[in-house]
Design a protein around this ligand. Structure first.
Ligand SMILES: C[S@@+](CC[C@H](N)C(=O)[O-])C[C@H]1O[C@@H](n2cnc3c(N)ncnc32)[C@H](O)[C@@H]1O
Length: 243
């Protein structure tokens, strides 16, 4: 099963994931709307922006996720079906962002470039683009592919105490990490498997991609607390504008 086919499970897992709220909220407050989020999911990051009273549009590929986002926030935000690799909304935005590693669903350089091209063409002349992804971690990527590892803390889902266990298989040739998630419910493994893939992008690749696609990187951060990007950082967060 596709990991993005069960929005209730996604929301249960991420019910307490608020650590990127502050960052997204502070940039949205500074750069104002209209705001465009790519890969907006079930509206987790839409919520703090809409609360600021800004004009918000979210673009999302999963129809199931879109439906839940619309049912929660559809009267306050604009949630539309689309692919971050190819879209034309015929409008410009002062703040565009792709949060929570979603950019890693661009599985090839061609996809990543095509996504950045679309971002550029929707950015207003004074607009800012924020991208947040983790830094590839060899200790995570090169784990034993036959072993299950805990992927989340415990959370409540379908009246059970649950957690996610995962396997991963990384191909250094394609830089694609294939992940399989299993739900453990009240200590028992559920038989359903959820799959997803992410392409790893190293910071030097991001520098090249931004440069080639017409962006200027204004700032690079290594964490949600806005500390600078350095050797030991887990995150790579970029704030860009048009060249
Ligand atoms: C990690 S979730 C993040 C969702 C939301 N932004 C959040 O922070 O909770 C990744 C999202 O990317 C969406 N997605 C994957 N590929 C996409 C694409 N090509 N275009 C638009 N959305 C995509 C998935 O359906 C999923 O909702």
């Amino acid at each position: 099963m596709d990991i993005y086919s069960n929005p209730q499970l996604y929301d249960s897992i991420h019910a307490n994931y608020k650590w990127d709220y502050k960052l997204i909220k502070s940039f949205a407050k500074k750069y104002k709307g209209p705001v465009l989020e790519l890969a907006s999911g079930t509206g987790r990051l839409a919520y703090p922006i809409i609360k600021l009273g800004l004009d918000y549009t979210g673009l999302e590929l999963s129809k199931d996720f879109l439906k839940l986002a619309n049912s929660k926030l559809g009267n306050k935000g604009n949630f539309i079906f689309g692919d971050m690799r190819k879209f034309n909304l015929e409008s410009n935005f002062d703040f565009i962002f792709i949060g929570f590693n979603s950019f890693l669903h661009n599985l090839t350089i061609a996809d990543a470039k095509s996504c950045l091209k679309c971002v550029l063409s929707h950015l207003s002349p004074k607009g800012k683009f924020l991208l947040s992804i983790f830094v590839p971690d060899p200790e995570f990527l090169y784990r034993d592919a036959n072993k299950l590892y805990p992927a989340t803390d415990f959370f409540q889902f379908e009246n059970s105490q649950c957690r996610i266990l995962e396997t991963n298989d990384y191909d250094p040739g394609t830089q694609i990490n294939k992940l399989t998630w299993y739900i453990e419910k009240n200590g028992k493994m559920d038989l359903k498997k959820y799959n997803y893939s992410m392409r790893m992008f190293y910071p030097h690749e991001m520098d090249i991609l931004f440069q080639e696609e017409g962006f200027i990187i204004e700032d690079k951060f290594g964490n949600y607390d806005l500390s600078p990007l350095g050797q030991e950082c887990d995150m790579q967060i970029y704030l860009c504008r048009k060249q």
